[in-house]
Ligand binder design. Sequence first.
Ligand code: PMP
Length: 426
Amino acid sequence: MIYQRSSALFAEAKKYIPGGVNSPVRAFKAVGGDPIFVKKAKGAYLYDEDGNKLIDYIASWGPLILGHAHEPVINAVVEKAKNGTSFGMPTEIETELAKLAISMVPNMDKIRFVNSGTEACMSAVRLARGFTGREKIIKFAGCYHGHSDSFLIQAGSGAVTFGSPNSPGVTQGTAKDTLLAVYNDLSSVKELVKANKGELAAIIIEPVAGNMGCIIPTDEFIQGLREICTQEGILLIFDEVMTGFRLAKGGAQEVLGIKADIVTYGKVIGGGLPVGAFAARTEIMDYLAPDGPVYQAGTLSGNPLAMSAGLAMLTELNNNPGVFKSLADKTEFLHKGIAEVLKEKNVDHQINRYGSMISVHFTNEPVVDFTSSAKGNNETFKKYFHGMLNKGIYLPPSAFESYFLNDALSYEDLDATINALKEIEL
Ligand code: PMP
């Protein structure tokens, strides 16, 4: 495939935008080459500026669970826009989306909308600190909770892809309040809790991780976290920015059978428009301004266009929960197909999958945490990524990212993807 115009647009963008992109992982730094510039998309396909058609496995990093330019979502946004795009005043649709979201998720009483996953996680931690009167938090190496200061400590995803899991610009003062544990290793958590007794406000985790590839928590680990938090008065924050409304109506809480104290959302809840949210039971949420002392705000929060996209998306998922099974089946089909081809090719690999999240790691050791994920062979990954791209398959351009399937993908698309893999040299 030819990507001439994309390269020219990238060269132009670099003159005016740092690195030519507005979010680092888009720049293809981990895999080399120039990024693809998108012209439009429909269903499971991207159409780029060179006229290529690509099968898309990132779906805008998760939000487009029903495919690109999904008609009910687009129609809702277009209709809403005709009546104005922002008021900075309350609108009925905010309550409609709040009501629906809460009805789909177990044990959450109230929800506040923000504009991104970063804002949701940042605000959730502030709320946890205000509610508990404690300052420290625990996060897990390789988990990404957005780019706010407290989380850029051994962050996964783009941060680790660019070799800066601890970003310059984060003060020592902030960093000292973020303690780091090892995913799937309960003893690492117990040690930190013991050494910081009475000082921990929250433990924040991606309940199924997607920012060091897809990593599945063991039952013992995730149940153990819940028990420790309950015993020690620590709030358990599930960052469901990726998993929320993707793994099931009730997200990871539902499929893992664990109730978190605060849950953060992004991606699917906004149907492809900028929306994040955080939710908790009433006694916690009432700590927020204007009723409580913990300040949190946003000019564009609850924006009518964003709310209308989210409402159209969640309404459809709520009315048709078969989507989650359909997506999981497709992901399993892809998993089996890729595994078979890689076995035939004699390439060391591990495939991790949970629902419609999946990642391929070029290593022969099980991938259960950040250290084992980082052992993947990046040279093989680069060949895999570019080989597939040349066959019109768009995968995440970093070995640390999970793929996100969308339900517009057909079994023919999945077959085409598996056949493409057969033809590339690794
Ligand atoms: N949490 C998780 C688990 C994420 O995957 C992401 C982004 N990929 C974020 C938070 C941050 O969301 P945003 O990029 O919308 O700020």
